[in-house]
Every structure is written in structure tokens, then in C-alpha cells.
Design a protein around this ligand. Sequence first.
Ligand SMILES: Cc1cc2nc3c(=O)[nH]c(=O)nc-3n(C[C@H](O)[C@H](O)[C@H](O)COP(=O)(O)OP(=O)(O)OC[C@H]3O[C@@H](n4cnc5c(N)ncnc54)[C@H](O)[C@@H]3O)c2cc1C
Length: 306
Amino acid sequence: MADFDAIVIGGGPAGLTAARRIAEAGRSVLALEKEAFGGQLMNLEWAEDYPGPGARIAGPALGSQLADQAEAAGARLEIGRVDEIESYSAAKAVSLADGAAYTAGVVIVAAGLIPKPLGVAAEACLEGKGVIHCAVCDAGLYRDKSVAVCGGGDAGIIEALYLAKFAAKVFVIEAAAQLSARQELQERADGNEILDIRLGRRAIDIVGDDGVTGVTIEDAASGARQTLDAHGVLVHVGFAPATDCLDALLSLDDHGYASVDIHFESEVPGIILAGDIRRDAARSAAAAAEDGAKAAATALRRLGPK
Ligand SMILES: Cc1cc2nc3c(=O)[nH]c(=O)nc-3n(C[C@H](O)[C@H](O)[C@H](O)COP(=O)(O)OP(=O)(O)OC[C@H]3O[C@@H](n4cnc5c(N)ncnc54)[C@H](O)[C@@H]3O)c2cc1C
């Protein structure tokens, strides 16, 4: 007999909603999260457009609320990084990085997205020494200093605007001739005097030995290079689905996405995907929570009557 009826991988809005719905149906469910329950919400100052009485809600407050609701419904929440999922006729087996393993009738994978690296040599060496991934977590370190954000999409501009509350200067480096962030964010960026937006420039190197001291950029048109003084670099040049734990089990496309049917079930029956990890996800907290509810319904159908 399996340890749990269902295992949910990822503790963001998709995973927590799925876990809550399954627990509310009277099924045993384990939710596994490698970092912090709440997922990406824990890194956001505000989650905008989440349905509710206000126009926005603090990201960590929403994340904690979703975790509390799942736990109150009876889901077991545990910190642990899932490395591998195997599928056998009787059960699915989930192996964790710390050596623990659990089995369940169904597995919902709601592991979200991971930021793509810039791909320059010094990036890995300077990780945690000025190369950062979360403005809300690290902005305080850059009070009255200069920092750079690589990427002018929604995520890059949201992070740059948050850093601008602390830093003396925030360079925004965007390879294209225009920012790709939504209009409202572009207007906020244009009106912010702390932001120094460099369009048509590619970040080609991060400079520093024990800590970041600068970012070298290249003009896309002329090839001219310049090193900007920056004590930190935040990279938001796109995201990839966090499907590492699935690559031995499912066929993934060139971008790492798995195919699912209209019920979010993958090619392996009982392996269900939900939230931002899905190719067609709307990439918002509300959409992820809705995905989680739908994935839970699929899981309950697959488990059958109690
Ligand atoms: C800068 C930025 C600003 C945003 N602003 C908004 C906003 O204002 N409003 C809004 O609605 N949305 C916003 N979003 C989008 C929103 O945060 C996401 O759409 C939503 O969090 C996706 O939920 P999810 O549950 O699919 O994934 P996530 O929230 O990413 O959660 C996935 C979780 O899975 C965990 N995980 C990954 N791999 C494993 C593993 N192998 N084992 C165990 N755990 C694992 C991760 O640690 C993570 O906690 C923003 C996103 C970004 C990046």
C-alpha cells in the first residue's frame, strides 16, 4: 500500500491549492517544497490582480495563507527537494535529495519555473556574491549602491522598481530595442529617476573577484563595450520549467516542457502537472491556484472512490 493517496511537488499557489483540495476530499496528501511554502509569492512585495477585496495583496502574506489553508485541511507539508519520480503499476515513487522516498497513487508536479542564467563565465562563481535572484530578499544589501538588472520583461522591471527603493542607481539592461514589460510597468520605469535603462545592450560579462563590481555591456548595433559599476546583478532573462525531476519519466520538448491533456495529465497516467510548469500557463498566482484545483480534480478522479 502506498504511503499517501497523493504527493504534490512544489509549494506555490498551484501545489498548495491542489494539496488543500485533495485533503478536503478526505484523501491523504503530502506536499513537498524545496525552499519555502508559498513559492514564488514569497519573493514578491505585492501579488497584483489576485481575486479578493483589495487590488493587491502582499506576496508572502498570500503564500503563508495558502500554506495555512492546506495544512488546516489536513495536508502534510514537508520541506524536501524531489530529485526523481518513478512510475510503477501499483504506485508512483518519489525520491528526495536527502535520501528519503515516498510512494503515492498519483503525483501532481507544480514545481513552477526557474530563471534562466545569463550564461556568462563569472555568473556561477559570483552566485551569492552579488549575483542575486530576488529583489525582495536582497535589496537591503544595495542601499545607496548601484545594481544592474538584466532583462526588461515584466519580472525584470518589477524587480528593478523594487531595488530602486533602496539603491542609488539601478541599471536595466535589455538586448532588444524596447522593453517587453507590460505598458503600465514601462510607464512606471520611465518615470523612475533611479532607473537607468540601457536598450539595445547585451550583458556579456559580470566583473568581480570576491564580489560583483560591474557588468560589461555590448551595444547590439555598434559592438561597443562598456563596463558599468554595479555591486549586484539580478538576472531575469527568461524562465524554464522546473522539470528536472521529470526528465527520466516523461518526454520533454526542447524547452523542457512536458505535454499534458486537457485534464493536465501527462503521458504517464497519474502524473499530473499544474501551474507555471505547464507550457500554456497564464503565469499568475490566480491562474496557478485554478490549475491546482483542476489538477486535484483529475487526481481524485484517477484515485477513484475511497
Ligand atoms: C518578478 C515576478 C513578479 C510577479 N508578480 C505577480 C503578481 O503581481 N501577481 C500574480 O498573480 N503573479 C505574479 N507573478 C507570477 C506568480 O508568482 C506565479 O505565476 C505563481 O507563483 C506560479 O505558481 P506555481 O505554484 O505554479 O509555481 P511557484 O510559485 O513558482 O512554486 C513552485 C514551487 O516549487 C518548488 N520546487 C521546484 N522544484 C522542486 C523540487 N524538485 N522539489 C520540491 N519543490 C520544488 C519551488 O521551490 C517553488 O516554491 C510574478 C512572478 C515573478 C517572477
